[in-house]
Every structure is written in structure tokens, then in C-alpha cells.
Ligand binder design. Structure first.
Ligand code: CA
Ligand code: CA
Length: 175
């Protein structure tokens, strides 16, 4: 949200320094230039495009629910799939069309793989295995290459018949 102007509610600030130096925004204008520089740097690093997308914030359907009864997750929890269905859909913005690496952080405390279908923009691209991670509180990462369109993409992790999907904590997409 900080990478491009306009900033804040009325859109009049062309730079983050304009925001800080506007006395209507509290007393940040009295900070030293060095501290202002640090504040701007802090705000810009919040835009890290590698930041995880938490599964518990995805759009859930088909009986997939959020849960937090096993530790070690990021954010506020994870997604728990029902026995034979469920879906978590993520909206991913790509700066350009091309190949990206999708990393899915998951736990599978069962003794066998718990596959999910991966759909990108409505097309199934692969069935991912999600091998046992040893414990429901032990988290592994499943990696897969995907092709994204420039702009908004929808990634869906869809449950299959059987024991059900793994618990999914978060995803990251990197170029
Ligand atoms: Ca489950
Ligand atoms: Ca999470």
C-alpha cells in the first residue's frame, strides 16, 4: 500500500514525507530527518511482495474451516479441510505474466499423503501430494512452479476424496 502515491485518505500527499511533514497527522513532523528516513524505510518494507498470504484469510468453501488447535502456524491459524472436499482460494497479484514458484506451508500429521488439486485461474494444473510432515504441529513446504497472468490471479487448493487435505498455513508466490 506504500509503494505508490496517493497516500492516505484524501490523496493529496505525493510522497511519504508529505504525509509525515503534515502537522494534521500528529507530531511526526517534529522528528529528525534521520528518524523520518527510518520511518519511511519501515513503511516501505511492509510492502515486501514475498509476504505470505495466510490461508485463514483465503476464501473458504465446501466445508474447509479455519482452526488454530495445533501450534507453529503463522498469522492467526490455518485451514482445516474436511474428509473429502473443501477449497481455499487466494487472490494473487503478479507484476508481470510468467513463471512463479508457489510455496505452500502445510502440516500433515497422518501416515499417508493428503493430496490437493491446485487450480490456477480455474484450470487444474497439478495434484500436489502433501506428504506426511510427522506431526500436526510440524510444518513442511510444498513447492510447485506455476504460470500467472499479469494482474489478478486466483489460486485454489481443492480437497479430494479420501482422508482429506493437509492443514494449510499460508502460501507465498515468488518470481
Ligand atoms: Ca482435516
Ligand atoms: Ca496461517
Amino acid at each position: 500500500m506504500w509503494n505508490t502515491a496517493p497516500y492516505l485518505h484524501d490523496g493529496s500527499a505525493n510522497t511519504l514525507y508529505d504525509v509525515i511533514n503534515n502537522s494534521a497527522h500528529g507530531n511526526a513532523s517534529s522528528l529528525s530527518q534521520s528518524d523520518k528516513d527510518k520511518l519511511v524505510a519501515f513503511l516501505l518494507q511492509l510492502d515486501d511482495s514475498d509476504a505470505p498470504l495466510e490461508a485463514e484469510s483465503a476464501t473458504l468453501s465446501g466445508g474447509a474451516v479455519t482452526a488454530s488447535n495445533h501450534g507453529g502456524y503463522s498469522g492467526t491459524g490455518f485451514v482445516d479441510y474436511p474428509s473429502s472436499a473443501g477449497e481455499a482460494s487466494f487472490t494473487v497479484n503478479a507484476d508481470s505474466a510468467g513463471t512463479y514458484v508457489l510455496a505452500i506451508r502445510y502440516a500433515n500429521g497422518g501416515g499417508t499423503s493428503r493430496p490437493l488439486n491446485l487450480e490456477v485461474n480455474g484450470t487444474q494444473v497439478s495434484a500436489l501430494a502433501f506428504a506426511p510432515s510427522g506431526d500436526w504441529a510440524s510444518w513442511n513446504v510444498e513447492l510447485v512452479e506455476i504460470t500467472l497472468n499479469s494482474g489478478t490471479n486466483t489460486l485454489s487448493l481443492v480437497g479430494l476424496t479420501g482422508a482429506g487435505g493437509p492443514n494449510v498455513d499460508a502460501i507465498t508466490v515468488r518470481q
